[in-house]
Design a protein around this ligand. Structure first.
Ligand SMILES: [Zn+2]
Length: 85
């Protein structure tokens, strides 16, 4: 999170993209843990710290992952319209 985000009181948000073999931050495209609530968790891939976005929805790039599956994987988050981003 940048200083600007803190000062303005706005928090960047992102879609948690859940693909068959990995999950990604929809804001910066870096792999993240499926269980991440914010993109600050280290995944071992890409930069050591994420972009800081809070995941507010789930989606996928693959139509063979159903909305039901997305809900199953992250019951705490709504699925982005249609499921596919
Ligand atoms: Zn990110």
């Amino acid at each position: 999170m940048s200083d600007d985000d803190v000062l303005s009181g706005t928090e960047p948000t992102a879609v948690l993209i859940i693909n068959p073999w990995e999950s990604l931050c929809g804001r910066c495209g870096v792999p993240v843990l499926l269980s991440a609530t914010h993109h600050t968790d280290e995944s071992g891939v890409g930069p050591p710290e994420g972009c800081g976005a809070r995941f507010t929805e789930t989606g996928t790039e693959y139509a063979n992952i159903t909305i039901e599956r997305l809900r199953q994987l992250r019951p705490d988050l709504p699925v982005v319209g249609g499921g596919v981003v």
